[in-house]
Write a protein that binds this ligand. Structure first.
Ligand code: FMN
Length: 410
């Protein structure tokens, strides 16, 4: 289908477009299932609505959460999400995406502990710390410092260098240390972020990188698995991974893509990785796709800005069908589906349909919670959203300009 901005005036019209999709989306008029608990890594999560990680760009100078961040998360916790998958938190200085990205280290851990205590007190959500090295997107001092897995002519090149195998081994320890601190801070789980082109994810497509972290599937996925292993040895935390399953870049630059035609998905390696991660003790996989610099429509289907050829519903279909494929491969893992915001008022019914049919366990909402932190309580009460995200992209534009993230309409 050709790209078309959201303009549904009736459920009939919406269902008409769903019927045109290649594989389709689930749908249920009865959304009660969203208010049922689920268990992940032995811990009960109170409902099926998950607030996805959204970087705030508002930490204190040392990387500790600011008062503004506490207000953002306080509001979100009161808004009823069963899970708050917190924004990306850097594991070291070099890997920060911007000067005001959160950074978990000895002198900020008490600030994180206060934040998590606050969030738990305001509605008892399951709280996940998303640990990250921004890799190619690193910008620790307000000046790009791209730390890359390999050279990629399709992505911006200025101020880039290739990270060495020895540095990757040090980085593994940085992740493990940050996970130990996340446990001290009281988080319920850690996510070893491997999505959206950030460093661990970029290694997945390091087909031509020499050495121990490039070439074979085993080498390309080694660092993530070694980190998971270390975190499992050193902590009792539930371990999750936010994982890309497709990037839409031609071979040898994209992961999860057909080698002849990058627009076609090839899930064989992502499925193998999900199985390997389950064997390493990962209990939650949050499924995503796309790289911000070149295939942002795969991450977050939208209506305005750099418009792709595909209809936003096809982007949603890709994300949800991918979650389904991962769930089928690892039924014992709690699977999170991404990309519900573009669906506006129909999102709860698609989410409920997916959970009822066993496609995924948790429905992740990103931009909708920026516009309306109370989205979960509203869905559970079967009320319309008090404010609907229009996918205008302003929240992301603020971050790109180095400003704190916010909804332009709030
Ligand atoms: C402003 C902004 C910041 C984001 N920050 C993160 C992040 O820190 N970590 C992450 O994994 N995804 C991040 N994302 C992606 C979202 O978590 C989510 O996958 C995406 O918005 C699609 O979900 P939605 O359609 O419900 O918005 C961000 C997205 C936006 C718009």
């Amino acid at each position: 289908m050709e790209h078309r901005p959201y303009a549904y005036t009736s459920e009939e019209e919406f269902l008409g477009d769903l019927a045109k999709l290649t594989k389709g989306l689930p749908y249920s008029g009865d959304t009660s299932v969203l208010n049922t608990p689920v268990v992940a890594g032995g811990k009960e999560i109170k409902n099926r609505l998950l607030a996805q990680p959204i970087e705030g760009g508002d930490s204190l100078e040392n990387g500790a959460p600011s008062e503004r961040a506490r207000e953002r998360y306080g509001e979100l916790a009161e808004g009823g999400s069963g899970t708050i998958w917190m924004e990306s938190i850097s594991v070291n200085e070099e890997g920060k995406s911007m000067p005001k990205q959160m950074w978990l280290k000895e002198d900020t851990v008490s600030g994180f502990a206060d934040l998590v205590k606050d969030i738990h007190a305001k509605g008892h959500p399951f709280v996940v710390a998303q640990l990250t090295h921004s890799g190619r997107n690193s910008n620790p001092d307000g000046k790009r410092l791209a730390v890359c897995a390999y050279e990629n002519p399709l992505l911006p090149k200025e101020n880039m260098r290739i990270i060495t195998d020895e540095e990757l081994e040090v980085l593994r320890e940085d992740y493990i240390k940050a996970a130990v601190l996340a446990e001290t801070a009281g988080f319920d789980a850690v996510d070893i972020r491997a999505c959206h082109g950030y460093l661990l994810n970029e290694l997945f497509s390091a087909f031509e990188r020499p050495g121990g972290y490039g070439g074979s599937y085993e080498n390309r996925t080694r660092l993530l698995k070694d980190i998971v292993k270390g975190v499992r040895e050193k902590t009792k935390l539930v371990v999750g991974v936010r994982m890309n399953v497709m990037e839409g870049l031609p071979y040898p630059y994209g992961w999860g893509c057909d080698r002849e035609n990058a627009k076609i998905q090839d899930l064989r390696e992502p499925i193998q990785l999900a199985k390997d991660l389950e064997n390493e003790g990962v209990s939650i996989i949050n499924v995503s796709a796309g790289i911000g610099a070149c295939t942002p429509y795969m991450i977050r289907p939208y209506d305005r800005g750099n418009i792709p050829e595909e209809h936003p519903l096809e982007g949603v279909e890709r994300l949800l069908q991918s979650a389904k494929a991962i769930k089928e491969a690892v039924p014992g893992v709690c699977v999170v589906a991404s990309g519900f915001t573009w669906l506006r008022e129909y999102a709860p019914r698609v989410a409920a349909g997916g959970i009822k049919e066993g496609w995924f366990d948790l429905a992740g909402f990103g931009r909708q919670w920026i516009a309306d932190p109370g989205y979960a309580n509203e869905i559970l009460a079967k009320k319309p959203f008090s404010k609907v995200c229009t996918t205008c992209g302003a929240c992301m534009a603020f971050l790109k300009d180095g400003k704190p993230m916010r909804c332009a309409r709030r």
